[in-house]
Design a protein around this ligand. Structure first.
Ligand code: ZN
Ligand code: ZN
Length: 331
């Protein structure tokens, strides 16, 4: 103990001098232009001065709290940048807002740890982000935690925990969470199967704005889960989904009318639904439109129009459409 005393005294001295040390070294800040963590007054990565930000509305660089060109405030600009849907563009805003304890930004930061974009790939750091955002009561984070335990990607799967998180998210108004809860009752593996509860939750999700949930309701009717098969009701639900903006539902309707599933075959109507789905960004429908124009399905053969749709489908990510486009244009 005697020998420890000087050591303890030294430690006390060191601790008491820490605040002074902290004041001397500049705090770490995140560059609003490139997202890098910096210690100097100018970013060592991109050269931007601390506090300079890029307006997400017009691209102007500013230091003041509102854009001198378009008037957008820095806070609104950062939020829009974070939510823009492009990981590359969003990064500086995500980094900055996460450091300021913004729950949505902490949630978004997890994606960078998961993908290894800008940050070193680190699944545990990603998990810590999800946990932190969830501890702040974010509904979106609860949904993310539910997905993590459901899929068992960052942790071992735990369906009971998944359901708990989905319920927390659902109670905070996250429509999709009701859909996930519904699937547990439809599958009946973690809870006792109950088609009525499943459909009740699907309906809740659909009415709260999750358009794809109409498809699950339609599917239950078409299969006759817990009730008589009801093709008319299924069709009505698919249409509701498509009208609410579900590209999947519109695409499925296109396929139904082309093949005569649940309805009388009607290629012209099928083509209309495919067109609707394509407008909503569905690549499969774009391919189907190409096929319909190439072989005259519900329309006259039009090879130029076929090539146009195959090209759009390829751009949207369908490799088979690129092959069809090549075959058609090189003939
Ligand atoms: Zn920078
Ligand atoms: Zn601006």
């Amino acid at each position: 103990m005697k020998r420890l005393l000087p050591l303890l005294l030294g430690l006390c001295l060191l601790l008491s001098s820490l605040p002074a040390l902290a004041e001397e070294s500049p705090a770490l800040w995140f560059c609003l232009v490139c997202g890098e963590g910096c210690e100097e007054e100018a970013c060592t990565t991109c050269g931007s001065v601390r506090g300079v930000w890029v307006c997400s509305g017009c691209g102007q660089r500013n230091l003041a709290s509102a854009c001198s060109a378009c008037g957008l405030t820095r806070e609104d600009s950062l939020t829009a940048q974070m939510d823009c849907g492009d990981l590359l563009t969003a990064y500086p805003a995500v980094r900055y807002l996460a450091a300021a304890d913004h729950p949505d930004a902490i949630l978004a930061l997890a994606r960078y740890y998961e993908t290894g974009l800008f940050l070193r790939k680190d699944q545990m750091a990603a998990f810590a982000c999800y946990e932190k955002a969830a501890s702040m009561g974010s509904g979106k984070a609860y949904l993310a935690m539910g997905r993590i335990y459901d899929r068992g990607e960052l942790v071992s799967p735990d369906y009971f925990k998944a359901m708990e998180y989905y319920q927390l998210a659902a109670d905070r108004g996250i429509a999709e969470a009701w859909w996930y809860l519904g699937t547990f009752y439809e599958e009946g593996s973690t809870v006792t199967r109950n088609y009525d509860t499943a459909m009740e939750y699907y309906l809740k999700a659909a009415e709260m704005g999750d358009a794809d949930s109409w498809m699950s309701l339609a599917h239950c009717c078409a299969m006759g889960y817990g009730r008589e098969r009801d093709a008319a009701m299924a069709l009505e639900y698919y249409q509701k989904g498509a009208e609410a903006g579900s590209a999947l539902a519109a695409d499925y309707l296109g396929w139904m009318y082309m093949t005569g599933e649940l309805v009388t075959t009607d290629p012209a109507t099928g083509l209309e639904w495919y067109r609707r789905a394509a407008e909503l960004g569905n690549a499969r429908s774009m391919y189907a439109l190409g096929y319909a124009y190439q072989f005259g399905q519900g329309t006259a053969i039009d090879l130029r129009e076929a090539a146009r749709w195959y090209e759009r489908a390829a751009v949207a990510g369908r490799a088979d459409a690129a092959a069809a486009y090549k075959a058609l244009t090189e003939e």
